[in-house]
Design a protein around this ligand. Structure first.
Ligand SMILES: Nc1ncnc2c1ncn2[C@@H]1O[C@H](COP(=O)(O)OP(=O)(O)OP(=O)(O)O)[C@@H](O)[C@H]1O
Ligand SMILES: [Mg+2]
Length: 743
């Protein structure tokens, strides 16, 4: 089927054809035949890279241009939201009937806001969590949604993030019963169930743009699913390395999935030396450039140096321990074919578009503390395997498992290569997870009686798969908890949220975190310090995994805790009475210590070394701390602890920027982060007034500040620079222009 023949506006056809797509892929054709463009609800389950996004794009444009509708595109990850935003942006040149251009917006941050500005957008890309928070604020524009696209809907199966997606869809269906639903999924076993839940039809295909060969490598021989076999050259004693090298030597790229971050880093180091030997000169030059980009992205650390070293040799690793800036550079240069080999943890298998000719699964087992080793699911294996094959570059892709013995090879063929993916199951019925959804159902006016609440949860995927009865017990236990903690009040049949309950729901925190905060803020410690607040937030479940002390740090952390005992807003568990709680508490202490060091302007490199924390975990901890300190400030206000407000305000701002108090006014300037702020301050410009008075040449002479940034700073302070003066300055200092990122 040709794009030109579709019943979509001409302007859309032109743009799509201009982007290089003239004909639909078979799964797209099937989706159109199933009524996707006629407003029918549809689940499209189809392999990786089979073009599911285009179906969503065409649907969205049809809604906007022909029905004046509004589309929300739900993704499970911020990185994916960014990717989709870039893809949809090409349509902003098209005019709508009212003579204005199509507007595409993205909203992924700040959970405590209705983002009213989104009302102006025709397509809004967001994460499931952000959509959930918007629904809790009852953002008005959400009633106008006429199409919702739920991408990667097989994520319903994930314990942490699945329930949010399920609740968001159930709520949207309740608010907009006439809205069209388009759900996109990897190949799964029970598409029919998801479709029935969403009152949708479904299309499943196995079609792939590049053929996939799955197999198992034993020593130097690959056994493929179709009975084929292939020998690879033995260059080293490690057969995984030999396989990767055989791909790179023939002009391909390899993606190796490892079970842990540590394995990803170790394996990349091992591979780099071998890969380097087969790189061409021009390839090396291009990599040199990428390595430099890594070094200038953010503060320089030993980790960025070792990553840059690997990149020079055509290899890199990718996992959640890396900072976002580095991850993006690595993804881009892998996509451009510069990096030849990437080792990664399985998170990369979800959604982000990073295909490679050869996908290797180093280890089909995972380790979980207290549980031991267990084999990964077929669904997860298929997700990883599906990454194989770059359209336009590879004729076939191959996905290879590694076996050590004949028996293991047989087992892998049987249990993964030939196996069908499992059914997916709702993960909603867990008290910890349901708690905040039950509160939100009441606080955001989705239901006001116990029966109303059951009725709402009766519309979830959980209720479809099991039945509401199974979840009732947990809900009524949660209602009792919310009542005991004054988050809801009951009058006859009616249940309403208290002010506290309503605010907790909007702040998007776990009710248990809110109770911890409320009780802590009532305490009157001898001394109320940064540590009081930093530890309190680390003590809430919303902080996520705390930074655990290593054995050699134990003494230091314990001493720190003793020193600050009188400042704490929670009790210290008995060291011998409750060992588990005590160790957890030491982790909270270490988290507080790390955050304290961050706001004392300790460099990122030193933080990483001193606390042995990886950048990604450091950034995650800071992000969570920002959000929880916002909640702390809001609850302090709600409970009328006026005398504390200046302190909660200050600590929140300091954590956001990672600075001492004296730098706060300076880092409000765009382009000035903690490093530059400190340079400016130490050069004698201690206030915004000082900077305003300083001649621009003096600012330019400071390290890390070029003419362009100096100009930007001056302009923010109401200054103006003459054109001739500016041109002269700009010529003088080409070099400094390069470091314009904020740090
Ligand atoms: N009809 C087509 N002809 C040529 N290329 C296409 C066509 N449709 C989509 N593509 C291209 O295929 C690539 C993959 O498409 P897309 O990202 O939609 O995959 P997907 O099905 O969503 O996969 P995943 O499961 O990985 O999310 C994109 O680069 C897209 O531009
Ligand atoms: Mg997709």
């Amino acid at each position: 089927m040709k794009i030109a023949e579709l019943s979509i506006p001409e302007a859309v056809k032109e743009l799509v054809i201009k982007s290089g797509i003239a004909e639909l892929y078979p799964p797209q054709e099937e989706a159109i035949k199933a009524g996707a463009l006629e407003g029918k609800n549809l689940v499209l389950a189809s392999p990786t890279a089979s073009g599911k996004t285009l179906v969503a794009e065409l649907c969205a444009l049809k809604h906007i241009l022909e029905k004046n509708g509004k589309t929300v595109y739900l993704t499970p990850l911020r990185a994916l939201a960014n990717e989709k935003f870039e893809e949809f942006r090409k349509y902003t040149t098209i005019m709508k009937k009212d003579d204005r251009r199509i507007r595409v917006g993205i909203s992924t941050g700040d959970f405590d806001s209705t983002d009213p500005w989104l009302e102006r957008y025709d397509i809004i890309i967001t994460t499931n969590e952000k959509a959930d928070s918007l629904l809790r604020h009852r953002a008005k524009w959400m009633d106008e949604i006429s199409l919702v696209v739920a991408d990667e809907i097989h994520l319903l199966n994930e314990a942490e993030r699945g329930p949010t997606l399920e609740v968001v869809l159930a709520r949207l269906m309740q608010v907009n019963p006439d809205m069209q639903i388009l759900a996109l999924s990897a190949t799964i076993n029970n598409v029919d169930e998801i479709a029935q839940w969403l009152k949708a039809d479904y299309v499943t295909t196995e079609w792939r743009p590049v053929a996939l060969k799955e197999g198992v490598l034993l020593q130097e021989e690959i056994q493929y699913k179709d009975g084929d076999a292939r020998k690879i050259e033995k260059r080293t004693r490690d057969s995984l390395i030999n396989l990767v090298l055989s791909t790179v030597k023939t002009g391909g790229q390899a993606l190796v999935f490892t079970s842990t971050r540590k394995n990803a880093a170790t394996l990349a180091k091992k591979l780099a030396g071998e890969v380097e030997e087969i790189l061409s000169k021009p390839a090396k030059r291009a990599l040199e450039h990428e390595a430099n980009r890594i070094l200038v992205a953010g503060e320089r650390t030993r980790l960025s140096e070792s990553l840059a070293e690997l990149v020079k040799r055509g290899t890199a690793f990718h996992h959640a321990g890396l900072g976002g800036g580095h991850r993006r550079i690595i993804e881009d240069s892998f996509r451009q074919g510069k990096i030849k080999v990437l080792t990664a943890t399985p998170t990369l298998a979800f959604g982000v578009n990073l295909p490679a000719r050869t996908v290797v699964i180093q280890d089909y087992r995972r380790y979980e503390a207290g549980y031991g080793y267990y084999p990964i699911s077929v669904l997860e294996y298929k997700q990883m395997a599906g990454r194989a094959g770059r359209p336009k570059y590879d004729k076939t892709g191959e996905a290879i498992l590694i076996a050590k013995t004949n028996d293991e090879a047989d087992y892998l063929i049987e249990s993964y290569v030939l196996a069908r993916p499992e059914r997916i199951w709702s993960r909603l019925a867990v008290e910890r997870i349901l708690r905040s959804h039950v509160l939100a159902t009441i606080a955001a006016d989705f239901a006001h009686t116990e029966n109303g609440i059951y009725e709402f949860f009766g519309k979830t995927f959980y209720a479809y798969q099991y039945d509401t009865q199974a979840i009732k017990g947990i809900i009524s236990k949660i209602l009792k908890y919310l009542y005991d903690e004054d988050m809801i009040e009951v009058m006859g049949e009616n249940i309403n949220a208290t002010k506290f309950g309503k605010r907790v729901s909007e702040l998007y925190i776990d009710p248990v975190s809110a109770v911890i905060m409320r009780d802590a803020l009532k305490r009157k410690p001898d001394l109320l310090t940064d540590i009081s607040f930093l530890h309190m937030i680390a003590h809430t479940p919303d902080m996520g995994p705390v930074l655990r002390p290593y054995s050699r740090e134990m003494d230091e952390v314990t001493v720190f805790m003793e020193e600050h005992k009188t400042e704490l807003l929670t009790d210290v568990p008995g060291e011998w009475e409750d060992r588990i709680a005590y160790e957890e508490f030491l982790g909270e202490m270490k988290t507080a210590m790390t955050l304290k060091a961050w706001i004392e302007e300790i460099s990122e490199d030193e933080l990483i070394e001193r606390f042995r924390v990886q950048p990604g975990d450091l950034y995650r901890t800071i992000e969570n701390a920002k959000w929880l300190l916002h909640a702390t400030h809001e609850l302090t206000m709600l409970f009328g602890h006026k005398q504390m407000l200046p302190q909660t305000q200050e600590i929140r701002q300091r954590v956001e920027k990672g600075v001492k108090k004296e730098l706060l006014p300076l880092v409000k300037l765009e382009g000035v982060g903690r490093v530059r702020g400190r340079i400016i301050y130490n050069s004698g410009y201690k206030t915004v007034e000082d900077i305003k008075r300083a001649p621009i040449e003096d600012l330019i002479n400071l390290p890390l500040i070029g003419p362009r940034l100096a100009k930007k700073i001056k302009e923010q302070l109401g200054g103006f620079i003459k054109k001739e003066a500016w041109e002269k300055l700009e010529r003088e200092d080409e070099w400094k222009q390069k470091a314009l990122t904020e740090y």
